[in-house]
Ligand binder design. Structure first.
Ligand SMILES: Cc1cc2nc3c(=O)[nH]c(=O)nc-3n(C[C@H](O)[C@H](O)[C@H](O)COP(=O)(O)O)c2cc1C
Length: 385
């Protein structure tokens, strides 16, 4: 771990440690995987302007989002696989986020109970929900989040239909997990992962289960979740019903256009996340960073605009803030850290990002991250320069 200098190093450590099928589930995109490259390439094409002869001896990375102070403008994204990357990997992630002074967003498919996360990290525990075919079940989960005193709820809007991830079909790392000769060899050729994760679960009560659903639905996360299917019927009327029962900050995660963002504002959302689900759903979607400015222009004055998709360097975070995001969600970067080394690895991923954001700010002659703006970037012509 001490030789991991950047997020790519952590990715490589995770790749070596966990079975290939599991690593691919985390790392890869969908269909032809062009979207994955788009997210990252578009970020790389944006340039940040260096400024000189400014005193940058003191730099602040703090921002405020939904009334909470974040030690840096990063939020751990909801992702549903940490528990298989490391024993109690979700706990590793939320403790690392808390230590870094930033929020952790539990996935709706988390295998750690929301009450327990709130007990451990307080207001920094945020929650994400997929609305289910059984709307009353979704409402029960939301009521539970309210009772647990969760303050920020993300509704994921970009997953109305299941993703077409062919590599997962091939390698059997699907839900339910499919035992094939290939993945038996894959798992058995990672004996230390098998012992540290699978055997440890086995001796301490079994594989992780969904914990934020009513008792009879707490299936194993490797199985096919009973009655937990995401609804393809999510629309603004369903969102309105949710708005009525959720008093806290309500955020629509996964929209990409000014039109949808305006609708989110009209329907009472407090925030949006410009996101394409880490290029895991619609492969032909544009890069998220390309869409951020138009969403900010449309609704930045009405609600909090967050963004994610492709953060591998601190400079990516700075670019998104310069284009108007209030903060940035990061999914794979902390997951790579968790896969590489549990809580220590997750903390390392966040400290790498923090250090890179801080240095980027210094090179830009800026002392306060909340002051970065569009005058500090050069956009390529096809991105509205
Ligand atoms: C392995 C994995 C699992 C994910 N699970 C969820 C999820 O349960 N809910 C959700 O809203 N988004 C989920 N996402 C999407 C992330 O929240 C986030 O939008 C995306 O990872 C951001 O891109 P990045 O990984 O390049 O940072 C998942 C992403 C990954 C990589």
């Amino acid at each position: 771990m001490k030789n991991a200098y950047n997020i790519y190093d952590l990715r490589e450590l995770a790749r070596r440690r966990v079975p290939k099928g599991l690593f691919e589930y985390v790392d890869r995109g969908t269909e032809d995987e062009v979207g994955l490259g788009h997210n990252i390439e578009a970020l790389r094409r944006i340039k940040l302007l260096p400024r000189v002869m400014k005193d940058v001896s003191k730099r602040s990375l703090e921002v405020e989002v939904f009334g909470q102070k974040l030690a840096m403008p990063v939020i751990v994204s909801p992702t549903g696989s940490a528990a298989m990357l490391w024993y109690e990997g979700e706990k590793c992630l939320h403790l690392a986020a808390n230590q870094a002074g930033i929020p952790f967003t539990m996935s709706g498919g988390a295998s750690v109970a929301m009450e327990q996360v709130v007990e451990q990290i307080g207001r920094r525990a945020w929650f994400q929900i997929y609305l289910l075919k059984d709307e009353s079940l979704s409402h029960k989960i939301v009521e539970r989040a309210k009772a647990a005193k969760i303050e920020v709820l993300f509704v994921t809007s970009d997953s109305a239909v299941p993703p077409n991830r062919e590599f997962n079909q091939r390698n059997g790392f699907t839900q339910p997990f499919r035992v094939t000769p290939g993945n038996v060899v894959d798992v058995l050729s990672h004996p230390s992962w098998f012992a540290q994760v699978v055997l440890r679960y086995m001796v301490s009560g079994g594989l992780p289960r969904y914990q934020n659903v009513p008792g009879d639905l707490r299936d194993k996360i490797t199985g096919k979740p009973a009655r937990m299917e995401v609804t393809p019927a999510l629309d603004w009327a369903m969102f309105d019903r949710l708005r009525k029962i959720w008093p806290g900050a309500l955020v629509v995660k996964g929209l990409m256009t000014a039109e949808d963002a305006k609708l989110a504002a009209d329907h009472g959302a407090d925030g949006v996340v410009v996101s394409n689900h880490g290029a895991r759903n619609l492969d032909s979607a544009p890069a998220t960073i390309e869409m951020l400015p138009e969403v900010v222009d449309a609704v930045g004055h009405r609600l909090t605009v967050l963004w994610d998709g492709g953060v591998r360097r601190g400079s990516d975070v700075v670019k998104a803030l310069a284009l108007g995001a209030k903060a940035v969600l990061s999914g794979r970067a902390p997951l790579y850290g968790t896969g590489a080394g549990g809580q220590v690895g997750a903390a390392k991923a966040l400290s790498i990002l923090r250090n890179e954001i801080d240095l980027t700010l210094g090179f830009m002659g800026c002392t306060d991250i909340s002051k970065v703006d569009r005058s500090m970037v050069r956009l390529p012509k096809d991105m509205g320069a």
